[in-house]
Design a protein around this ligand. Structure first.
Ligand SMILES: *Cc1c(COP(=O)(O)O)cnc(C)c1O
Length: 326
């Protein structure tokens, strides 16, 4: 299985077939008051309601489903403290594969518990003193595991693209689509879906202001790596795109936008208060940018809500803290 060969819409189609009986077809929701306020139509594709609480289950399952019998027998490895870990752990359990997850020892206890509950083995490391890549590579070599990367992988990004495929099939004639952007697996999958299903739709990738490596990469024409950024959008703190996601994004994206942590919290409050749903800060990236765009009048605007996993203590501090109080 190669991770760097070209991906196309065919791969998204095959992923949709692989995933047809395992992923949830998440709802597309809208808000009448929001549409009236901005004189536009917003369509929210709610992957916060996907299994494991984020779209990552799509790519994780699709990647594991492609493995040979031998690879399945040997097991898989992922390094992540976030949604990718849970995605790989659940996919592995469903396919009868042993998963090893390399996780920083200070990861939230709830995330570690969830990963263990799916039957994965958790290998902890000290984020400040140890290099997780080195630990991962050593385990891969020692145990013959297959590494499942979080975004730079054809079958991962093709799986993520099935979320946009569902949206495009359900909602015709979108003018724009706004997609959260970290390492670019979700965005590149969505771009492949758009290029085939609604080529007139302008697709935007949205990063946290503090983690705008993709925006810089597009401007400079090569992959730019940034220092580890800090933002409440913890699912989009990657330091660079992968070659395979950069190539697709460069080819198809309309533009890359950024939003501030304040804008994310404002959207999170809106989703809670007005739409009665919990979205993690990273999941609000697309919505925050869509609302901030100056020209919305009369448009049909798709927004990908990527996930809803957030520790309740953290949520409480956001709602009552200085950023949330308004
Ligand atoms: C991983 C993740 C992202 C970013 O996805 P990439 O494929 O890395 O760009 C966005 N939102 C949530 C909730 C995530 O878990």
């Amino acid at each position: 299985m190669s991770t760097s060969d070209q991906a196309s819409y065919e791969d998204v189609l095959m992923a949709a077939h692989t995933l047809r009986n395992v992923v949830l077809r998440t709802p597309v929701l809208s808000s009448r008051s929001l549409n009236e306020q901005y004189d536009a139509q917003f369509f929210f594709k709610c992957e916060n309601f996907q299994r494991i609480g984020a779209f990552k289950f799509r790519g994780g399952f699709n990647a594991l489903a492609q493995l040979s019998d031998e690879q399945r027998k040997a097991g898989v490895l992922a390094y992540s403290s976030g949604n990718h870990a849970q995605a790989v752990a659940l996919a592995a359990r469903l396919l009868g594969v042993q998963a090893t997850i390399v996780m920083n020892s200070d990861a939230p206890a709830a995330k570690k518990q969830a990963t263990l509950a799916y039957g994965a083995e958790v290998v902890e490391y000290d984020r400040l003193r140890q290099d997780r890549m080195q630990i991962a590579n050593q385990l891969v070599a020692e145990r013959g595991l297959t590494l499942i990367p979080p975004f730079g992988h054809k079958h991962v990004l093709a799986g993520q693209g099935t979320a946009a495929k569902e949206l495009f099939e359900e909602v015709p004639d979108l003018d724009e689509l706004y997609v959260p952007l970290g390492g670019g697996g979700l965005l590149s999958g969505c771009l492949l879906a758009a290029s085939s299903l609604q080529p007139a739709c302008k697709v935007y990738g949205v990063e946290p202001e503090a983690a705008n490596d993709a925006q810089q990469s597009l401007r400079q024409g090569h992959i730019v790596q940034i220092a580890p950024p800090s933002s409440i959008a913890d699912g989009a703190l990657t330091v660079s795109l992968a070659p395979i996601t950069f190539d697709i994004i460069r080819q198809y994206v309309h533009a890359i936008l950024t939003v501030s942590d304040e804008q994310l919290l404002e959207r999170q409050r809106f989703f809670l208060e007005r739409m009665k749903m919990l979205v993690e800060p990273t999941g609000c990236l697309g919505a925050a940018a869509a609302i901030a765009q100056p020209e919305r009048k009369g448009k049909r605007i798709g927004v990908l809500i990527s996930g809803g996993n957030i520790d309740l203590h953290t949520l409480a501090s956001y709602i009552s803290g200085p950023l949330g109080a308004r």
